[in-house]
Each structure stands twice: as C-alpha cells, then as structure tokens.
Design a protein around this ligand. Structure first.
Ligand SMILES: NC(=O)c1ccc[n+]([C@@H]2O[C@H](COP(=O)([O-])OP(=O)(O)OC[C@H]3O[C@@H](n4cnc5c(N)ncnc54)[C@H](O)[C@@H]3O)[C@@H](O)[C@H]2O)c1
Length: 254
C-alpha cells in the first residue's frame, strides 16, 4: 500500500496503538488506517481527538491495568489475531530531581515503562496468532542523553523510564523472536504534540535554544514519527528487530 511517498507492505490486518487519541499515537492511528489496517486506538482519555474512520475502533483503558487491556482486546478481537502493537502512551512531568517524590517516580515509571510491558504481555495471546507480528515502543531522545535546554532541569524520572523502555525493547526482541514477533523502538526528539506544548510553555515554534541545536531547525511533526513506526511494523522491516531509531532532526549530532 502506498501512502504519500511511503510504500508500506503489511502482512496482516490489525494494529493496537496505545495513547492513540493524541500526538504521535493519533498520527500513527491515522497512518496505519490509511495503509489499510484495522486499528484499535486505546487511550486512558475518552476525549476523541482522532478523526472518525470506519477502520478505527476506540478503547478506553489504562495501559498499567493489564486486565483492562485484556478485556478491551477480548471485546474487540475475540479469537482474531492482532498483528501490531505500538506503545505510544506516555506521560511527562517537568520537575528536577530535588522535587520528585516517590509517587512521581512510580507514576512515570508505571505508565511509560511498566505500561508498555503489561500491554504487550496482555496482547501476546493475540499476537501469537499472527504470521508476522511486530511491536514498536515509543521511547525518547532522552533515553540516551540528558537534555536540559528549554527547561533548566533534566527530567530524571522520565529519562529513566525511557532508558528502561529501550532495554525492554531489546529484551522483547530476544524473548518474542521465538514466536516470530519483532520488537523495535523509535526515539523521538522535539515533536510538536500537546505533551511538548505543555512542557515548552505552549509556544508554536521550537524555542530558539533548542532550534539552534537541531540541524533541521524546527519541531518534528507527529506524522514524521508515525511514518517511521509504520515502516518498522511493515514487511519492509522484516529482518529488523531489537533496533532503536532516533527521530530527532539531528539533535544528537550536536
Ligand atoms: N512530543 C515529544 O516531543 C516526544 C518526544 C519523545 C518521546 N515522546 C513520547 O511519545 C509518546 C507520545 O507522546 P505525545 O507527545 O504524542 O504525547 P500526548 O500527550 O499528545 O499523547 C499521549 C497520549 O497517551 C495517553 N496516555 C497517558 N497515560 C496513559 C495511560 N496510563 N494509559 C493509556 N493512555 C495513556 C494520553 O491520554 C494521550 O492521549 C509518549 O510516550 C512520549 O513520552 C514524545
């Protein structure tokens, strides 16, 4: 299936996208639906920011609640296979190390890291029914480097959760390869989404101190992350597993 300039070949028909109602997740839902897949957009928030498409079904569940994810998949899939999982649900709270409470640490690790592990585990019985299943986890540039450009303090709990998600991805690739399931991650930099706007004082353009460090000189668009996710899910990436793809406009080169 050719979408825009992108040729995507998919072996199967159904994708689960967590965090599917906003930002990168919503863009991924759109692109996968455009590519001919049936998509389940799962989100803790019932607000519907995604254009209604017949190929998209919505589920309200918290990714940290394994039983709730299982219930949603049982309701929507029955005995049918699931081919793809995109773990894009995530939270970010701007705060420096000195002000982070135990509750802050647990909440961010729980959603960003444990949530991806439990969602993938819950999906596994359906993924194993697919002939060419794949998982993509949405990590961050901050998984591999400390970033404190727009805000003076690095977000230790968020960065640690994303570094953990990178290692979870590698473990998934190793563990799930036995079922023919691939697992990769994308590590976005500054992407213009509601999350980024909340943390960058709501400005439309990438703040100057960050733009000066990004060779592309601008925010990335969520669609520019979605296209990489779609590629990693597709048949075109059939020998790629355990990989992490930076999508940061070149920030990490500076
Ligand atoms: N925007 C960026 O610059 C950027 C950069 C690097 C990584 N990321 C990562 O990309 C992913 C998507 O972020 P975004 O920028 O699109 O943010 P966003 O806030 O626009 O979207 C995140 C979505 O996740 C959902 N969500 C949050 N907690 C959940 C839970 N417990 N269960 C189910 N859904 C939940 C939210 O309701 C929301 O719809 C996140 O994992 C984020 O950490 C974003």
């Amino acid at each position: 299936m050719t979408v825009g300039h992108l040729h995507l070949a998919f072996a199967g028909g159904t994708a689960l996208v967590t965090g599917g109602r906003s930002g990168i997740g919503a863009s991924t839902v759109d692109l996968l639906a455009e590519s001919g897949l049936s998509v389940i957009a799962l989100d803790v928030s019932p607000e519907d920011a995604v254009a209604h498409r017949p190929a998209v079904r919505h589920a309200v569940a918290d990714v940290t609640d394994e039983a709730a994810v299982t219930t949603a998949l049982t309701d929507l899939l029955g005995e049918s296979p699931l081919d793809y999982v995109v773990n894009s649900a995530g939270i970010h709270r701007q705060a420096g190390l000195e002000s982070l409470s135990a509750a802050d640490w647990r909440q961010v690790l729980d959603v960003n890291l444990v949530g991806a592990a439990l969602t993938t585990k819950a999906a596994l019985p359906w993924l194993r029914r697919s002939a060419g299943a794949a998982v993509v986890n949405v990590t961050s540039l901050e998984a591999s480097r400390v970033v404190a450009l727009i805000n003076p303090e690095p977000v230790a709990h968020y960065a640690a959760s994303k570094a953990g998600l990178e290692m979870l991805t590698a473990s998934m690739a190793r563990d799930l390869g036995r079922y023919g399931i691939r697992a990769n991650s994308v590590a976005p930099g500054f992407i213009q989404t509601p999350m980024a706007r909340a943390n960058h004082a709501g400005v439309a353009a990438l703040p100057e101190q960050a733009a000066a460090r990004v060779p592309m000189g601008r925010y990335g668009d969520p669609a520019e992350v979605a296209s990489a996710i779609a590629f990693l899910l597709s048949e075109g990436a059939s020998y790629i597993t355990g990989a992490s793809l930076l999508i940061d406009g070149g920030f990490s080169t500076t």
